[in-house]
Write a protein of this length. Structure first.
Length: 357
């Protein structure tokens, strides 16, 4: 069932059994990293719970199922027995950073309403871990005395941020990162070229959402650093990885700022900058594996010759420091720091780490 959701077979198995139970828990907590299908499965599971024909047929066209279509990502369309809450969605359109007490109060006002069309009423609360403390306390009261026929599905990336008393009243289902091969297959199915899918997937930490966010055709256009392929010959690789490899092969820099200018760091937007930082981490990871004699485990097998050369040039300690610098600047890029400034710092820090030997 729920074939639209990739992987997560243990969770699906539990939910299938849930549909057959006479006595059901009234609250579930979908917990796991971003981009692994939590919200999508919450919607598809809600469709099954609300279905008038038992919820087993994904192509059902009953009066309830016809009202629910999550293909466009809109979970708040009208169904009398489905409530979808998120930051700024349902009850308080002014909320911008967290689910507010106003939203939970609006939900409490719905508590006296029994299911109108379906055998149950489902409330999905997305980003439940981004709920104010006051809102969490109000939700707790709803979970302690749930209205008849109601089912709550809380969706959270960091469940530890929920009140412990709220967590204790829900059955927690843990979503796992998606296997790399599953990500590659899905990216290819979404018309992303196979070579580029194989580079993005290892960087995405099991998250299809992150893989799609990291992928950008503009940064995977052939060419990389201007003239890099003309100097080396052979086929072009994705521009991002070529930029990182070309930079590492030029180290140490004699004139850092003038040499960095050739890499046009000002052209990178935040997603591209973040992916560049992750690419450096991946390349350093491969170099460390080669230094340990674990060539079979590297990500970039097609670039083994160039990575071998880097592994011979730089000491293990220097590569570890450079790895740490790239990771640290990647975290800054994920925040609000200026993209060009962060990338220039990263390039200079990597150069410095590898010069120190």
């Amino acid at each position: 069932m729920w074939r639209k959701v990739l992987g997560q077979e243990p969770v699906k198995k539990f939910l299938e059994a849930f549909l057959d139970r006479q006595e059901r828990p009234h609250a579930l907590l979908f917990a796991g990293p971003a981009g692994v299908g939590k919200r999508l499965l919450a919607g598809e599971f809600a469709r099954s719970v609300l279905c008038l024909n038992g919820g087993r047929d994904e192509d059902c066209r009953c009066a309830s199922c016809r009202l629910l279509n999550f293909a466009d990502g809109n979970y708040s369309k009208a169904h009398p027995d489905l409530i979808y809450m998120d930051i700024g969605v349902f009850g308080d359109s002014k909320a911008t950073t967290e689910i507010s007490i106003v939203q939970i109060d609006a939900l409490k006002d719905q508590g006296s309403f029994a299911p109108a069309l379906s055998p149950a009423k489902v409330c999905i609360i997305n980003n439940a871990d981004k709920m104010s403390r006051e809102a969490g306390g109000a939700l707790l009261k709803l979970l302690e005395e749930p209205a008849a026929g109601w089912l709550f599905v809380l969706v959270a990336e960091r469940p530890s941020r929920l009140l412990s008393t709220v967590r204790s009243r829900a059955v927690q289902l843990n979503f796992a990162p998606l296997p790399e091969e599953v990500l590659i297959e899905e990216l290819i199915a979404k018309k992303i070229p196979a070579e580029e899918a194989r580079i993005v997937a290892p960087l995405a930490e099991g998250s299809l959402g992150l893989a799609l966010e990291l992928y950008s055709p503009s940064i995977f256009a052939d060419g990389g650093k201007e003239g890099a392929e003309e100097k080396r010959g052979g086929p072009n690789g994705p521009a991002l990885r070529e930029t990182a490899l070309a930079y590492l092969e030029e180290l140490p820099l004699r004139y850092p700022f003038s040499q960095m200018a050739a890499f046009r760091l000002g052209d990178h937007k935040r997603p591209q900058g973040l992916l560049l930082a992750l690419t450096f981490c991946q390349l350093f990871h491969d170099v460390l594996l080669l230094q340990d004699g674990a060539a079979a485990c590297i990500y970039n097998k097609d670039q083994k010759g160039r990575l071998d050369a880097l592994a011979r040039r730089f000491s293990r300690a220097a590569v570890r420091r450079a790895y740490g610098a790239a990771f640290e600047l990647g975290e800054k890029l994920a925040g609000s720091v200026g993209v060009r400034l962060a990338l220039e710092q990263m390039f200079l820090r990597i150069d410095q780490c590898l010069k120190e030997g």
